[in-house]
Design a binder for this molecule. Structure first.
Ligand SMILES: Nc1ncnc2c1ncn2[C@@H]1O[C@H](COP(=O)(O)OP(=O)(O)OP(=O)(O)O)[C@@H](O)[C@H]1O
Ligand SMILES: [Mg+2]
Length: 383
């Protein structure tokens, strides 16, 4: 099933809440697709430094092919796997540059503190930037497949909704009000203080008129790009709803995560984007045995424990059995949650990736994750 995704789709987006394994899944999936022969770009967002090291390329906004030896270790022909990193500032700047030809106006926009605020700290700005970067990459048309990692949002839906939310934020009546209504009429505090603007006038006193003027100056210039932002948001909204786009939702195998995943799947379907698969990451492996007697027997069979007293071995076996039992309860709980997920979303595969002993920070570990994705959760043939 993951093979079909990696050969048929043009864009695969990995979404999910913070820290679940989106970047890992994106990299492992991209490596699979590249190994299957597709020219693939994985656009990452702040990958763990050791994973970035393992990929062996300086991560910049420009797609860079992984070195030949990295490709070999991943079973990939040269020139098939490219890596880039999302540069939020650059994604916004590119859009401004595209819309504004006057260098002085560009400078004013870039230097305005409000511009920096909107493009860095406004909720959804990083998600929107990721979609802007995606748009550029897709338009350059250099890749068969783009695998998109998404920012560590609290909620998986934030990504899909970012273009619309940004569009709404910048076209909201409150913001429009600031923008000069007619040619030549510069923003003034007079206007703020007039009539219904009493509240805003107070605000200006409170935050300082400098701040209000920054907003007004920025929004006046920004009118030029506002149309461009809105249009781009709409285009991206459509782009993400094409049939050659697939979403992978990464989640932890836990109750609240399953609830959230089902909610996301429902919303995706409502907005016309079927979810391709769930990736249940860091599933705990089941313990071998919970029987103290059996554990004691296997401890006795270990050459390195020869000479340890029976009493000490039995006591250790007791403790291990208790831990194993706790562990079994945990894995039983995870199993139930994943069954609930599968039952509530029939037809959508649940790909299971187990919790590995170490972080996924090496090419070997990336391959292991890929092998689990590839087998739809049954795990690689040989351990
Ligand atoms: N199956 C796994 N077994 C062990 N470690 C894992 C597994 N999957 C991911 N990790 C580790 O968990 C950490 C978080 O993974 P990752 O960076 O992929 O998550 P993320 O969803 O991209 O996080 P963020 O939302 O912060 O961007 C990393 O250190 C990664 O190596
Ligand atoms: Mg990440």
């Amino acid at each position: 099933m993951i093979k079909a995704l990696s050969t048929e789709k043009r864009i695969v987006v990995c979404v999910g809440p913070g820290g679940v394994g989106k970047t890992t899944t994106a990299a492992a999936f991209a490596a699979l697709a590249a190994a299957a022969g597709r020219k693939t770009l994985v656009s990452t967002i702040d990958p763990a430094p050791r994973l970035a090291d393992a990929l062996g390329v300086p991560l910049t906004a420009d797609p860079t092919p992984v070195p030949a030896e990295v490709g070999r270790a991943l079973g990939i022909e040269p020139g098939r796997l490219y890596v880039a990193r999302l540069d939020t500032a650059r994604a916004f700047a590119a859009l401004v540059e595209e819309q504004v030809s006057d260098p002085a106006m560009r400078r004013r926009i870039f230097d305005n503190p409000i511009y920096r605020q909107i493009t860095t700290t406004l909720t959804g700005s990083q998600e929107y930037a990721a979609t802007l970067a995606l748009y550029d990459i897709v338009h350059r048309n250099e890749f068969d497949l783009v695998v998109l990692d998404t920012p560590p949002t609290a909620h998986a839906l934030d990504f899909l909704e970012a273009p619309r939310r940004i569009a709404e934020a910048i076209s909201s009546p409150a913001i429009k009000w600031f923008v000069k209504p007619a040619e030549g009429a510069r923003f003034s505090l007079q206007r703020l203080r007039a009539g219904s603007a009493v509240v805003l006038g107070r605000l200006a006193k409170f935050v300082g008129s400098r701040f209000m003027e920054d907003i007004a100056a920025f929004l006046t210039d920004f009118q030029v790009v506002l149309g461009g932002f809105l249009l781009r948001a709409e285009t991206i909204g459509k782009l993400l709803r094409q049939p050659d786009v697939a979403f992978l939702l990464v989640l932890a195998p836990e109750g609240p995560a399953v609830d959230e995943a089902l909610y996301f799947q429902k919303r995706l379907t409502e907005s016309g984007v079927p979810l391709a698969a769930f990736v249940a990451n860091r599933v705990h492996p089941r313990p071998g045995s919970t029987d103290a007697g059996e554990i004691a027997r296997s401890l006795r069979a270990r050459p390195e424990l020869v000479g340890v007293s029976d009493a000490a071995l039995d006591a250790t076996a007791e403790r291990l059995a208790r831990t194993a039992l706790d562990f079994q309860h945990l894995t039983d709980g995870e199993r139930r949650e994943l069954q609930r997920l599968a039952a509530a979303a029939p037809g959508i595969p649940v790909l299971e990736v187990p919790l590995l002993d170490h972080d996924v920070a090496s090419l070997a570990a990336l391959r292991t994750v890929g092998a689990f994705l590839d087998r739809g959760g049954d795990g690689p043939a040989s351990p």
